[in-house]
Each structure stands twice: as structure tokens, then as C-alpha cells.
Ligand binder design. Structure first.
Ligand SMILES: [Zn+2]
Length: 301
């Protein structure tokens, strides 16, 4: 609940609030993939792996660079929490916040999922979305968000007066990653990160700005399809919230499995090569270039 306003309104308050917003990151300079070149190589592709994610559990899968993968709804409406890693270095993983800043609160066809610093490169490109028809609803809700984090036992403990629940997405991802990477549980947990909420329908309430969820419109047969820009390790949790229409962090909701399908195309897209790590030199102003200290002297002198 927002507190009462204590500060006297400035005389120009209305004018200040009426300033037109600008988009933080200009999309005109954001490199975009050649989606048509990606989509055409799906013809004649081969299904090379199918992984089933049990309800209230998670599973890992690998996708070589240049392959596709689909997160598929089967049996019933179900939300999935997706983590992505560089298959060869777990320190490089999906960066939900920057992906949000670049693409918006929800991702869809043609959007790219970026990795953490210092790599900041596309990890995957969305090449098909059977829920593209949903757009934004009257509540401001949409699907496939990068605004949530993942349901987790710590927040549940905080809000429930100290109860333990062990099948939140955070714990499911931790268990699956620990098993796949043969890591102790605590070490695997450090690598689990904010997710892409596949199929989840979410937004922010207009009056209070609170994060909301509502029943996912996903139905069996729907899928979200990605093209792997680098060698990927994926980890997907079938959220204990099911379609996230009511509650999560409990066994109350109806939950269904999810499936991941990995496809090998017959050839690579024209002009495509695996994405490269950011070319920023990482000196952070400590190099021989002295302009920063000159400015500092002026400011404080
Ligand atoms: Zn969850």
C-alpha cells in the first residue's frame, strides 16, 4: 500500500508529470536477427530430443548452437520457468532485466534473450509463438514475461509466517541443475537466476503498480520456439502454480507436464554464425584514457 502523500505539490507538478516519455533503449540501433532466414531452415528439420518436465519439478536439456527448441504445452494449461546457460560456462546465463529493458516486459516473435555481463549477447531468438494473438489484454496483461523472478521458498517463508515449501520453481531448478551439472545443491543454487516465464500471463496493476498474474491462455498444442545462438543448457520448471490463475508455492493448483523438443535443421540460416561476446574492453575507465579524471577535477575543483 502506497503511503499518504506528505509533500506539498510543486506549482508545476502537472507540467512535470505531463512530460512525454522516451524509450530508454532505441530499438533502431539494436541488431535484429534475419527471422526469415531462420524460419526457412525449419523445413525438413529432425526432432533429436524430447524432454518431459514433470509437474512441480524441473529438467535440463542441451541445445547446440544453430538448433531450435520448443517449450510445448501438453495435457493442460501450465506455466514454465526457464533458465538458460552457456552450456560451456554456467557463469554466463540469461539476463532477464536487460532483456526486459531492450525488448519490453513480455517477449515474443523476433525478440532475443540476452546473457549476463560481461558477455551480453543473444543466447536465443524466438522464432515462433502460438500465443502471439494474445497481445495485451484490458488489464495490461500479456504472456511470456521477463518481469517476474521465479517462485521461491524464501519469499514463501517470508509471507507465510515461516512455512517450508520445497517445489517452488527456484528449488525445482536448483535440484535439476545440481543433478545435471553434478554440483552440490548450494553451488547449483547460486547459478539459478531470474527466469523467462513461458506461457505465464502477467502485468502490473495500473493503480498500484503491483505484479499480477492471471490464468494463462495456453492450451495443449501451444508452443514457444527458440533458435539457439550459442550452445545452450536449458533448465525448465513446471511451476507449482499450474496455469497461475490462483496460487503458487503450494500443492493446491492443478499442474501438468511440459515438454521440450530439440530440432536439428538441415542447414544453417544464411549469413548466420554463433553470437559473439560483447566487444566492450572492460577497462571501466581505468585505461590511459584520462578524460574521466579531467572531468572530475573540473567538477570538484
Ligand atoms: Zn513457479
Amino acid at each position: 500500500m502506497a503511503p499518504e502523500i506528505e509533500t506539498t505539490l510543486p506549482e508545476d507538478a502537472a507540467a512535470r508529470k505531463a512530460v512525454t516519455p522516451v524509450i530508454c533503449y532505441p530499438v533502431e540501433t539494436l541488431p535484429r536477427p534475419d527471422l526469415a532466414a531462420y524460419r526457412v531452415v525449419r523445413e525438413g528439420w529432425a526432432l533429436v530430443e524430447r524432454v518431459t518436465v514433470a509437474p512441480r519439478d524441473a529438467a535440463c536439456f542441451t541445445v547446440p548452437a544453430g538448433h531450435f527448441f520448443r517449450v510445448c504445452s501438453v495435457e493442460g494449461p501450465q506455466v514454465g520457468d526457464l533458465n538458460l546457460f552457456n552450456e560451456r560456462d554456467l557463469n554466463e546465463h540469461f539476463y532477464s532485466g536487460k532483456t526486459r529493458a531492450l525488448n519490453g516486459t513480455h517477449v515474443g516473435l523476433g525478440d532475443q534473450l540476452f546473457s549476463s555481463f560481461p558477455w551480453l549477447r543473444p543466447m536465443a531468438t524466438i522464432t515462433h509463438d502460438t500465443l502471439d494473438w494474445y497481445g495485451f489484454d484490458e488489464y495490461g496483461g500479456s504472456v511470456h514475461d521477463v518481469i517476474g523472478t521465479r517462485c521461491d521458498p524464501y519469499t514463501h517463508f517470508l509471507l507465510s509466517g515461516g512455512q517450508n515449501y520445497h517445489h517452488c520453481c527456484h528449488s525445482n531448478l536448483t535440484r535439476a541443475l545440481a543433478q545435471h551439472a553434478r554440483l552440490p545443491l548450494a553451488e547449483a543454487e547460486r547459478h539459478v537466476h531470474d527466469v523467462l516465464n513461458v506461457f505465464m500471463c502477467t502485468g502490473f496493476t495500473r493503480d498500484t503498480g503491483q505484479y499480477f498474474m492471471k490464468a494463462s491462455p495456453v492450451r495443449p498444442g501451444d508452443f514457444l520456439e527458440f533458435f539457439a545462438e550459442i550452445n545452450l543448457l536449458g533448465c525448465l520448471s513446471a511451476c507449482p502454480g499450474g496455469d497461475c490463475s490462483t496460487v503458487h508455492s503450494s500443492n493446491a493448483a492443478s499442474c501438468f507436464p511440459l515438454e521440450v523438443e530439440v530440432y536439428k535443421p538441415t542447414r544453417q540460416p544464411d549469413g548466420w554464425k554463433p553470437s559473439e561476446a560483447s566487444g566492450y574492453d572492460r577497462t571501466h575507465g581505468t585505461s590511459s584514457e584520462r578524460t574521466w579524471s579531467t572531468r572530475g577535477t573540473t567538477a570538484f575543483g
